[in-house]
Design a protein around this ligand. Structure first.
Ligand SMILES: C[C@@]1(CC(=O)O)C2=NC(=C\c3[nH]c(c(CCC(=O)O)c3CC(=O)O)Cc3[nH]c(c(CC(=O)O)c3CCC(=O)O)/C=C3\N/C(=C\2)[C@@H](CCC(=O)O)[C@]3(C)CC(=O)O)/[C@H]1CCC(=O)O
Ligand SMILES: NC(=O)c1ccc[n+]([C@@H]2O[C@H](COP(=O)([O-])OP(=O)(O)OC[C@H]3O[C@@H](n4cnc5c(N)ncnc54)[C@H](O)[C@@H]3O)[C@@H](O)[C@H]2O)c1
Length: 217
């Protein structure tokens, strides 16, 4: 089994080429669109879902067989056809061009695998079994989706706003760290009230005062 290195890529506005137009390609395309990618789909036949996305202008689509030029300017490539030889060509072309490539039909053949993903605003949970069991990855992600409900969308936003303030106001790194950890103890009924900049600033002040030693900015 490969030892994989996880990353969270910023692909907003960047060209990602998906070769194939079946249900597997559709799943990849939807994930790419959630990250704001500029998706190009190459396939002679498309699922209804992919056709709809193209008609609504969310993707560019070429209804034909793959050729190497399709990878031009791509930052990511996906080989998701049902034809092993075509997928192999996509893998080789992408490698030659230095583009990271996903092989939907071969866990070991690509340069990255697609994890199962749960999004809660800024909180993104990605689960992989490194190709050994996509079903397990999906099951664990479903469990996480229950554990981390939609509350985490607003919670992550609150934490992000608070952290910006703290980074600007607290110069001591050790204090900053303790404060940001203490922020995780603030109960939901309290952080929900921090609806404007003034209340958020008061929260930072309050957390600072509660730290050992009564440190204040
Ligand atoms: C996570 C997820 C993300 C996504 O696709 O976006 C994903 N597969 C999902 C579902 C799924 N895929 C398959 C089943 C049937 C049950 C089973 O076989 O287990 C189910 C379950 C279902 O459908 O319920 C069959 C399958 N998958 C691969 C092969 C080829 C091979 O193994 O060689 C075959 C055999 C095909 C055949 O038999 O012909 C290959 C890959 N699938 C991966 C990802 C990568 C490794 C991920 C990892 O292990 O961490 C990897 C290597 C390549 C890649 O695509 O990146 C998505 C769940 C999304 C969600 O629901 O959240
Ligand atoms: N990674 C995964 O999660 C996963 C899950 C199940 C299956 N698979 C694998 O992924 C493959 C694709 O699955 P699917 O269910 O989407 O298949 P599918 O048969 O529904 O679709 C295959 C697609 O490939 C396109 N295609 C064929 N030749 C092409 C070419 N020369 N150029 C461009 N496009 C071409 C077809 O037009 C079609 O859109 C399967 O063969 C299987 O090996 C992967």
């Amino acid at each position: 089994m490969k030892r994989l290195y996880p990353v969270m890529l910023d692909i907003e506005g960047m060209r990602c080429t998906v070769v194939g137009g079946g249900p597997v390609a559709e799943r990849k395309v939807r994930g790419l669109l959630e990250a704001g990618a500029d998706v190009l789909i190459i396939a002679p036949a498309l699922t209804d879902g992919l056709r709809e996305l193209a008609e609504q202008g969310f993707t560019r689509t070429e209804e034909r067989e793959y050729r190497e030029e399709d990878l031009e300017r791509a930052v990511l490539a996906f080989a998701a056809t049902s034809d092993r030889q075509v997928n192999e060509r996509v893998l080789n072309d992408a490698r030659r061009l230095g583009i990271p490539v996903n092989a939907a039909d071969d866990a070991a053949g690509g340069s990255f695998v697609a994890p199962s993903v749960v999004r809660r605003g800024g909180l993104v949970l990605a689960v992989s079994a490194s190709g050994s069991s996509p079903a397990l990855a999906a099951q664990v992600a479903a469990e996480l989706a229950e554990r981390y409900d939609d509350t985490y969308t607003a919670y992550t936003e609150w934490l992000g706003g608070l952290r910006e303030l703290v980074k600007a106001a607290v110069t001591d790194a050790a204090v900053r760290r303790r404060l940001l950890r203490a922020a995780l103890e603030v109960p939901e009924n309290e952080w929900r009230n921090d609806t404007d900049a003034e209340r958020l600033a008061a929260r930072v002040d309050n957390l600072l005062r509660k730290l050992d030693g009564g440190y204040r900015v």
